[in-house]
Design a binder for this molecule. Structure first.
Ligand SMILES: Nc1ncnc2c1ncn2[C@@H]1O[C@H](COP(=O)(O)OP(=O)(O)OP(=O)(O)O)[C@@H](O)[C@H]1O
Length: 365
């Protein structure tokens, strides 16, 4: 059970200080005479206290980005600043990392997809490991490890070995270990990808609770849009080593033609005949509760078909998307579409082509 208590930290201040900043970050891998540009001028701004998700297709550069943020991977150029400290200016790499970089890294926790626990050590000893490296005394290490295991709901597993734990429990140990150095920032590399849906939910809830309770800033990479919907305040979409869209999730949902919004709330559906206007409507907050579709139908005396719909909660707010079909071509529907916009809804006119696959958004034209 998750013991992290909720507390009443005010909602994220949208003007919060940046705690992770990358500037023009570039990473070029060179192997066997070949060059791969994994990061191509990435500017990332993660504000204090937010949960920030980076999504993108396989090979987009997500893992490279998160590994560059704590300098597990040394960028080819550009800078990484975490909690006001320019990590790229600190010397050394890997085992030989200078003590300044080691100290700075201890303030950055990292959680991995496959947990990376040492099988020969007990749960408690796994959590103590980073404290050993930091030179913390035995008694203090044990006190801290037990406190952290309690925080992640595993107080009764301190003497168990990783092999005796479920996947979700192993990830809780991974999270406790990541918190050992009292980090300001937690990096999560696909932390829930190896877990079943229910365990995923409980781990995401734990991350959210830790974010709220400790004021911990979380930067996570994921290929699961549900992770973004469930816990992210902000998100960035990566493609070919670049950030192609970023911002607060609620703002992205209100941005015409947003690719991230479409991926978060994919609505399909093709028109029933030629000469129909297909419109994607996004509802947020108060607008989600208004009976706008029936009002539209009554006001303009038109029949409206719902071609597809998705409703969900994003960062605690009710959000929905709906693809509707109005009779007649676009020119005949300018006024009804204006009515929807006046109701505070995000409205994109979708141009579903004859092959019924490509959707070109009005806002993206
Ligand atoms: N150590 C490496 N040496 C050479 N090329 C690499 C190395 N690591 C990553 N790459 C390449 O860099 C690009 C970005 O990889 P990266 O793992 O960062 O993407 P990703 O978005 O995390 O993908 P995935 O979701 O599949 O993990 C890919 O083309 C990949 O093949």
């Amino acid at each position: 059970m998750n013991r992290a208590r909720r507390h009443n930290r005010p909602a994220l201040n949208s003007d919060g200080n940046p705690v992770i900043t990358t500037t023009d970050l570039t990473k070029v891998y060179r192997s066997r005479g070949r060059e791969v540009t994994a990061l191509d001028g990435v500017d990332l701004h993660v504000r204090e206290g937010e949960v920030y998700g980076v999504v993108g297709q396989s090979g987009a550069g997500k893992s490279t980005l998160i590994r560059c943020v704590n300098l597990l991977e040394r960028p080819s150029s550009g800078t990484v600043t975490v909690a006001g400290q320019d990590l790229t200016a600190l010397a050394g790499r890997g085992r030989r990392a200078g003590s300044a970089l080691r100290q700075a890294r201890s303030r950055i926790g990292m959680v991995f997809q496959h947990f990376n626990l040492l099988s020969s050590r007990t749960v408690r000893d796994n959590v103590e490991l980073p404290l050993e490296i930091l030179g913390v005394s035995g008694k203090e290490r044990t006190r801290k490890a037990l406190e952290l295991l309690d925080l992640v709901g595993l107080a009764d597993k301190a003497k168990a070995y990783p092999a005796q734990l479920s996947g979700g429990q192993k990830q809780r140990v991974g999270i406790a270990r990541a918190l050992a150095g009292d980090p300001k920032v937690l990096l999560s590399d696909e932390a829930t990808s190896a877990l079943d849906p229910e365990t995923t939910r409980s781990i995401l809830q734990l991350l959210r609770d830790l974010n709220r309770q400790l004021g911990l800033t979380v930067l996570l990479i994921t290929h699961e849009m549900d992770v973004v919907k469930t816990i992210c305040d902000s998100a960035a979409l990566m493609s070919d080593g670049r950030i192609v869209e970023s911002g607060k999730v609620t703002d992205l949902l209100a941005t015409p033609g947003s690719q991230l919004a479409q991926e978060l709330f994919p609505v399909g559906g093709v028109p029933s005949a030629e000469d129909r206007t297909v419109v994607d409507v996004t509802f947020q907050g108060e607008a989600a509760a208004k009976p706008v579709i029936s009002q539209l139908s009554r006001t303009y005396n038109i029949d409206i078909s719902i071609l597809g719909a998705a409703m969900d909660t994003v960062s605690g707010n009710q959000v929905g998307r709906m693809r509707i079909e109005l009779p007649g071509p676009f020119e005949e529907n300018v006024v009804p579409i204006g009515f929807l916009r006046e109701q505070g809804l995000q409205v994109d006119v979708a141009d579903v082509d004859a092959s019924k696959t490509a959707v070109l958004k009005e806002g993206a034209k």
